[in-house]
Design a protein around this ligand. Structure first.
Ligand code: SDX
Length: 380
């Protein structure tokens, strides 16, 4: 091992390794540019709803007005959960975190689908749409059950983002609130071969089913080095508590090799374009709610981390401030990432099914070999 990198010219964590071909998303880490199916994230996050972007990811093209209306209606018709899934949530909500409850509930959805093992694109596309629709309901229901509140059934007259806020808070959101939520879902929807997406592709590459692939995605996204960072950011802001305490907190963290959550990225070596957009929304939102505290602390962390480590915020860094402004509980921050990313996972699953080869890399073996076997009674 040389500096944590295996001497076979091998980089740990598949860093910079191209592991497959895809037409879904271009992440340009050097220039800080991001494209879904060729459209820039700036154009998409300014002009499109989450439903429109999900259609783009799944179908490979932007919908016309008629296609979008049909797709939006289809998604909203799939929001309700089978009774047995609600019962499972009632059983597990008080025992698990939201991400664990989401993982359990999504896995159980397979029980209600007689075509789980269906192998055509139509089956997989229908399953993907169903899960895009249902993830939001599962997370909202978890929250209401866990807080001993009556569940709020989906309102088909509301768009996906607005309906999620309604099911969580019980109040129909204002237009500004719905737009902020919608933009956040667009920005988290897809990001090429990130850990959870690649894991979902590996699942599909064995010809396993869509429910397994989405469950894999949730399990991988949960980690604090990935989607779990979203919740960890707000906890970090709360632990710091004031702008004055940022400098000593960050210096202490760096001295102890603790990571500042929401900062840094494996691919972006400049500002994450999503963070740039979310920062503006977080500032606008904080000004509108009159509470600049968290935004100012985050802004200071950003400056100190750039000065100390030349690192930039990533997509998770400002989202938690927006969720806080929307009245969403901190524990839902990471599940909201999953509510959005299920679109990207589904698109990649379809692409993998469509041109599949089992994903099975090699390892660089560094253990012993040809050891002399010792019968158990002769072992010390
Ligand atoms: C997401 O891949 C994707 O596309 C993911 C994602 C998506 O849309 O799917 O963009 C979503 O997961 C965003 C990342 C969320 N995670 C976090 O915010 C957790 C904090 N960030 C880090 O753990 C880290 O930046 C990673 C994991 C995101 C990337 O780490 P790398 O590429 O493995 O970099 P590294 O660990 O090799 O660090 C390189 C250097 C090290 O310094 P030295 O030890 O060499 O001196 O940078 C330092 C690290 O210590 N560093 C940090 C840091 N991130 C890197 N130091 C302090 N705080 C940090 N956050």
């Amino acid at each position: 091992m040389v500096n944590g990198k295996l001497s076979a010219g091998f980089k740990k964590g598949l860093e910079d390794v191209i592991a497959g071909e895809s037409k879904i998303c271009k992440v340009d880490g050097k220039r800080g540019r991001l494209y879904y199916r060729g459209y820039s994230i700036e154009d998409l996050s300014t002009n499109c709803t989450f439903e429109e972007v999900t259609y783009l990811l799944l179908e490979g093209k932007l919908p016309n007005r008629k296609e979008l209306a049909r797709f939006t209606k289809e998604l909203s018709s799939m929001r309700n959960l089978p009774k047995y899934v609600v019962e499972i949530l009632e059983e597990v909500a008080h025992r698990t975190t939201p991400m664990e409850a989401l993982r359990t509930a999504v896995s159980s959805l397979a029980g209600g689908d007689k075509d789980v093992e269906g192998i055509t694109t139509d089956y997989h596309l229908a399953q993907g749409k169903s899960m895009v629709a249902k993830f939001a309901t599962i997370v909202a229901y978890y929250h209401r059950i866990n807080n001993k509140m009556e569940i709020v059934k989906p309102d088909p007259s509301l768009g996906h983002a607005a309906n999620f806020l309604y099911m969580v808070t019980g109040k129909r959101p204002s237009e500004i609130e719905a737009m902020a939520m919608d933009q956040d879902l667009v920005l988290h929807a897809e990001h090429s071969f990130n850990a959870s997406t690649f894991a979902a592709r590996i699942t599909v590459s064995t010809l396993s089913d869509m429910y397994s692939a989405m469950t894999t995605g949730i399990g991988v996204l949960k980690g604090p080095l990935h989607g779990g960072a979203s919740e960890a950011v707000m906890r970090q802001l709360q632990a710091i508590g004031s702008v004055e305490k940022v400098e000593p907190y960050v210096k202490d963290a760096l001295s102890k090799h603790r990571r500042m959550m929401g900062i840094g990225h494996r691919v972006y070596k400049v500002y994450d374009p999503r963070a740039r957009i979310l920062k503006k929304t977080a500032e606008r939102f904080s000004k509108a709610t009159g509470d600049m505290k968290w935004y100012n602390i985050a802004d200071k962390i950003e400056r100190v981390m750039f000065r100390e480590k030349k690192l930039y915020p990533n997509v998770d860094f400002f989202s938690s401030i927006i969720y806080n402004g929307l009245g969403l509980p901190l524990e839902l921050d990471s599940p909201i990432f999953a509510i959005s990313r299920v679109s990207g996972w589904s698109a990649h699953a379809l692409e993998q099914y469509g041109d599949n080869r089992l994903i099975r890399p090699l390892d660089y073996y560094t253990g012993p070999i040809d050891l002399k076997f010792i019968p158990i009674d002769e072992r010390k």
